[in-house]
Design a protein around this ligand. Structure first.
Ligand code: PHE
Length: 447
């Protein structure tokens, strides 16, 4: 089977694909709004600590499981199991991750569909199609269905082309575009009136909030979501990495890019909120900063409107940025069930992609028709429960089930000196003890 499996052609191809998965709505929408809600820089500081101390080790665990297994998540976990009970556990964790990825995509595609609709709006507004503009930016079942469909179809198109020609090629095209858009928008917004107040709110920590349990829970959830953990996505991307690659530096590069882009997005979004305020747009409600969808879908568009024609371009660029970020993430979500179906049922990739894409779109449709009951529920089920639990179980797999000698052998492949490195001295026991306990504590605390 290994000859017929896809593979990333280059180191940079993997880094951009994995960073593409990691960088998404979580970075550009979730991180800045959570920071704004949770004491600005206090959240940023806690996020940085948790991202490097808990999420990075967990990311490494998933990456190594995948590279060792060279197969989908279930098979990769089974390869490190040594008895039947462990193999059943492998199935639960691997399949749970795949399910989590599919469910995640079902709501992610809806939100990404909004981003596409808001990208189209400046175009209709430019040609004076006011009714179309209103339709595109108003919450409605038909609009949601159409744009979720378009977004899912784009994802299916890329995934059906495979690893090198689909995931790698498109990540290499989309990620640089994303970075250029993000940096240009940030520079522009920072030159506007009011931006400096936003910068202060973002960068000066409210230290009294630093150890607030709510802040810690939110920061850990955000770090797990942002690094795409607990969804089997990193296992499957790891399985496409060549044996001569150094996993430790690969994982560190992806984590650094992810954190850097989230930080950069904060430099854009938080100051933009204060610029909006300087233009007379309401950004506080009952003394609390507006956040979540109100911020992205109401406050920022209201700001763009005050900018006249420039606003049309800025609005287009901003929502295009969010659409691109969503697409590179959703392709990784779809790859999780597709790789499993291809390998488990020996289906051709194009067929497996269509079936899984259609299944996920059906779930999205059910959510759209029962929006008020299901949308929030699926988000909380996957991001607050599924991801931390499965991420924690992957750490348990690496720490307690995998033999230390085979683990070392896998890490040595591509990094001969690893045995004498700080990483090997710290990471194994850290993943064995600290990660599962810390994740469990934060998780229990969230109740
Ligand atoms: N990391 C992505 C983001 O920040 C979301 C994601 C979660 C992607 C899980 C894949 C798997 O938006």
């Amino acid at each position: 089977m290994s000859e017929t499996r896809g593979k990333f052609n280059s180191r940079i191809g993997f880094i951009l694909a994995a960073a593409g998965s990691a960088v998404g709505l979580g970075n550009i929408w979730g991180f800045p709004t959570q920071a704004a809600e949770n004491g600005g820089a206090a959240f940023v500081v806690m996020y940085l600590i948790l991202a490097f101390c808990l999420a990075y080790p967990a990311f490494m665990a998933e990456l190594i499981i995948g590279r060792h297994g060279q197969a989908n998540a279930v098979e990769s976990l089974r390869k490190i199991s040594s008895n039947d009970a462990q193999r059943s556990f492998a199935f639960v964790v691997g399949f749970g991750g795949i399910l989590c990825a599919g469910l995640l995509m079902s709501f992610y595609a809806i939100v990404a569909g909004w981003m596409l609709a808001f990208t189209a709006e400046p175009v209709t507004s430019l040609i004076g199609a006011t009714e179309a503009s209103t339709w595109l930016t108003t919450h409605g079942t038909t609009r949601n269905l159409i744009f979720t469909f378009i977004f899912t179809a784009l994802t299916i198109f890329i995934i059906s082309r495979g690893v090198a020609d689909g995931i790698e090629r498109w990540s290499k095209r989309l990620m640089p575009a994303l970075v250029v858009l993000l940096i240009s928008l940030t520079i522009y917004v920072l030159t506007l009136d009011g931006a400096m107040d936003g910068l202060k709110a973002y960068l000066i920590p409210d230290t009294s909030r630093l150890l607030d349990p709510q802040l810690i829970v939110s920061a850990l959830g955000q770090a797990f979501f942002s690094l795409s953990l607990g969804t089997s996505v990193i296992i499957i991307y790891g399985s496409y990495v060549a044996k001569n690659e150094n996993l430790v530096t690969l994982g560190a590069s992806v984590t650094l890019i992810d954190v850097f882009i989230a930080f950069l997005a904060g430099l854009l979004i938080v100051p933009a909120m204060y610029v909006a305020q300087a233009q007379g747009v309401e950004i506080f409600k009952d003394g609390v900063l507006l956040s979540g969808d109100t911020l992205v879908l109401t406050v920022l568009p209201a700001l763009f409107e005050t900018m006249g024609n420039v606003g049309i371009i800025v609005s287009f660029a901003f929502f295009l940025l969010l659409s691109i970020a969503s697409l590179t993430s959703s392709i990784s979500m779809l790859e999780a069930p597709v790789s499993y179906t291809v390998e488990r049922f020996k289906l051709p990739r194009s067929k497996a992609t269509l079936i899984m894409g259609a299944l996920i779109f059906t779930v999205s449709t059910i959510i759209i028709f029962n929006f008020s009951t299901l949308f929030g529920f699926v988000i909380s089920l996957t991001t607050e429960y599924g991801q931390p639990i499965i991420g924690m179980l992957c750490c348990i797999f690496v720490g307690w089930i995998w033999h230390r000698s085979t683990l070392l052998e896998e890490l040595k492949s591509g990094n001969e000196q690893i045995e004498h490195s700080l990483f090997w001295k710290v990471w194994p026991w850290y993943t064995k003890l600290v990660c599962p306990v810390a994740i469990a504590l934060v998780f229990i605390n969230s109740f």
